[in-house]
Design a protein around this ligand. Structure first.
Ligand code: NAP
Length: 280
């Protein structure tokens, strides 16, 4: 049992992560540590849910009066049809990562963008307002980052992605300030975000990086949404160039903290959550 955790009783609430395959995840450690510290009688578990079972899984949030559920790949879009309502952010992104159970009315939210910007603010002391940004990638994570940066007042966002159609769809999230970018945008940006899996453990060569190192300098904050490994080749190179760097662990922690706040109405203990998934 996690320190401070209450014994399981008839009153213990369940929270879960729905994904497939969803075996390895830091989310149970983050959530259970938070519930223990907050004195919340609940447990968070990973539940692998095959796509054909998603409707039943969502219905179980009501049936078991669960605290709520997190939603990950491949269900972030598919889950929408089973919910009663979705938040404006989840609607814009067409992706839900959080189900809130409001007296059996199920509301879909997306906390990834909030988690990203909170991590920028609190872990790197960076405020996006009036800043020029480059986002590499145009998948689910990139979309959450672009919308959140736009909402936080970024002055421009250049999106660089392999598949132009996906870049264009990402630009449509914030057409006033976002545009399709090129590598030449990197040198002049304040913030560079890797939202591709290039450099992630188990995805391609470990020393692969999505950015030409020569483009990075001490003018940059370079963020890699990857957190395994802790320091990707991109972050190693960026640091050598004098750039400030940040990995994706803070985003993961803060998006989970936001979920807990949506589920309980209470502030989540982010330091305790971080300690639960790191050695320090
Ligand atoms: P996704 O929806 O599959 O999107 C992946 C994006 O990366 C796409 O734009 C894809 O380009 C691009 N890409 C993939 N392989 C590439 C390659 N070899 N070279 C260049 N571009 C490539 O994935 P996602 O959910 O957005 O996740 C992206 C990364 O963010 C993953 O590493 C994930 O673990 C991480 N992430 C972290 C957090 C966090 O909390 N820290 C949250 C979410 C995601 P195309 O459009 O051309 O296919």
């Amino acid at each position: 049992m996690t320190e401070g955790q209450q014994a399981i009783s008839g009153a213990t609430r369940l929270a879960a992560l729905f994904g497939y395959p969803a075996r390895y995840s830091l989310s149970p450690s983050l959530h259970n540590a938070a519930y223990a510290a907050m004195g919340i009688d609940a447990r968070y578990v990973v539940l692998p849910v095959q796509p054909e079972d998603l409707g039943v899984a969502v219905a179980s949030v009501r049936a078991f009066d669960m605290l709520g559920a997190s939603v990950t790949l491949p269900h972030k879009e598919g889950v929408i049809e089973f919910l009663d309502e979705i938040s404006p952010t989840a609607n814009a992104l067409n992706a839900v990562n959080t189900i809130v159970n409001d007296s059996k009315r199920l509301i879909g939210h997306n906390t990834d963008g909030d988690g990203f910007v909170t991590s920028l603010n609190t872990d790197a002391g960076f405020t996006p307002a009036q800043q020029s940004c480059v986002v590499l990638g145009a998948g689910g994570a990139a979309r959450a980052v672009v919308l959140a940066l736009a909402n936080a007042g970024a002055s421009e966002i250049a999106i660089i992605n392999r598949t132009p159609e996906r870049s264009a769809a990402c630009v449509d999230l914030a057409p006033q300030i976002a545009r399709i970018g090129t590598t030449s945008d990197i040198a002049t940006a304040s913030l560079v975000v890797n939202a591709t899996p290039v450099g992630q453990h188990g995805v391609g060569p470990a020393d692969e990086t999505p950015v030409d190192t020569a483009l990075l300098s001490d003018q940059h904050l370079v963020v890699d949404l990857i957190y395994v490994p802790e320091q990707t080749q991109l972050l190693i190179n960026a640091e050598k160039q004098g750039a400030q760097t940040l990995n994706g662990l803070g985003m993961l922690i803060h998006q989970a903290a936001r979920q807990i706040e949506l589920w309980t109405g209470q502030q989540a203990p982010v330091d305790i959550m971080r300690n639960a998934v790191t050695d320090n």
